[in-house]
Design a protein around this ligand. Structure first.
Ligand SMILES: NC(=O)c1ccc[n+]([C@@H]2O[C@H](COP(=O)([O-])OP(=O)(O)OC[C@H]3O[C@@H](n4cnc5c(N)ncnc54)[C@H](O)[C@@H]3O)[C@@H](O)[C@H]2O)c1
Length: 257
């Protein structure tokens, strides 16, 4: 994988989270030029992730504060790729409300506001980033879009029905975008992670639940953010040009679907 990203430009959202930061480091280490985004409220953490990445490798990253639900913000992030790096080759739609879900609750206790917030960010925001990036990807010859789903849409994990539904919608959006953007040469795929042992998961799950899920995998161990890197980098990179509309589950063989 090393150096396959030299000269390639990637727009990556949600870099202030543990998983986004891991993707960012790996992309820059592989030589990519990365426009790294997160909310203004998370700008300090996002900027530190970018500073760390820039000390690692041959590529380069810049931080742009951007709310994925705001059209202007996403247009600005895409323009930054063109201005700073001259092109855009891939969008990795990693930002979502996950850690911010708070404690698990029965679906009978969710409010309409809970639903609207989660669907707005996880679904509308994912679309907003695709909308903004599609013309720049097309202009560069097609490009790649990788959306981050979740195995919860397959196993129906109890306690956050709105989040489960939002990630099922991300898979549907992935297929629709693959159909619509394919003629321009753009591939659109999803990576569906299992339960990752990171700050986000520890905020919304008990230690006992984390251990139980890890033990039921075919590969019975905790999943780390680094376990996701090769699938994301393959689908966002030059070698996956005839793969589109797919969801790749990366969860140590927990869910088979
Ligand atoms: N951690 C897991 O176990 C797990 C499992 C399956 C899927 N995922 C998915 O992987 C991705 C990363 O997960 P994580 O654990 O790092 O989550 P996280 O909650 O720690 O990080 C998500 C990041 O997205 C940002 N974000 C939230 N709303 C935003 C908005 N409107 N605009 C821009 N940025 C926004 C947050 O500020 C945060 O930095 C998410 O899409 C999550 O749903 C995580």
């Amino acid at each position: 994988m090393q150096n396959r990203y030299e000269g390639r430009s990637v727009l990556l959202t949600g870099v202030a989270g543990d998983i986004g930061r891991t993707y960012l480091h790996q992309f820059v280490e592989a030589g990519a030029y990365v426009v790294a985004t997160d909310l203004q409220d998370a700008a300090d953490t996002g900027q530190s992730a970018v500073d760390e990445a820039n000390s690692l490798g041959t590529g380069k990253a810049v931080f742009v504060p951007a709310d994925i639900t705001a059209a202007d913000d996403m247009d600005k992030a895409v323009r930054t790729a063109a201005d700073a790096f001259g092109r855009l080759d891939a969008l990795v739609n990693n930002a979502a409300i996950y850690q911010g879900l708070g404690p698990k609750r029965p679906l009978t206790e969710l409010t309409e506001q809970d639903w609207e917030r989660v669907l707005r960010v996880n679904v509308v925001g994912t679309w907003q980033a695709i909308r903004a990036a599609a013309p720049a990807l097309r202009a560069g010859g097609g490009g790649r879009i990788v959306n981050i789903a979740s195995v919860v849409s397959r196993n129906g994990a109890a306690g956050f029905a709105h989040y489960v539904a939002s990630k099922a919608a991300v898979e549907g959006l992935t297929r629709a975008a693959a159909r619509e953007l394919g003629a321009a040469g753009t591939t659109v795929n999803a990576v569906s992670p299992g339960l990752v042992d990171d700050t986000g998961s520890r905020a919304v799950n008990t230690d006992e639940y984390m251990e139980r899920v890890a033990a039921t995998r075919s590969i019975p161990r905790a999943m780390l953010p680094t376990d996701l890197v090769s699938a994301v980098m393959w689908l966002a990179g030059p070698d996956s040009g005839f793969v589109s509309g797919q969801t790749v589950i990366v969860d140590g063989g927990g869910v088979f679907a």
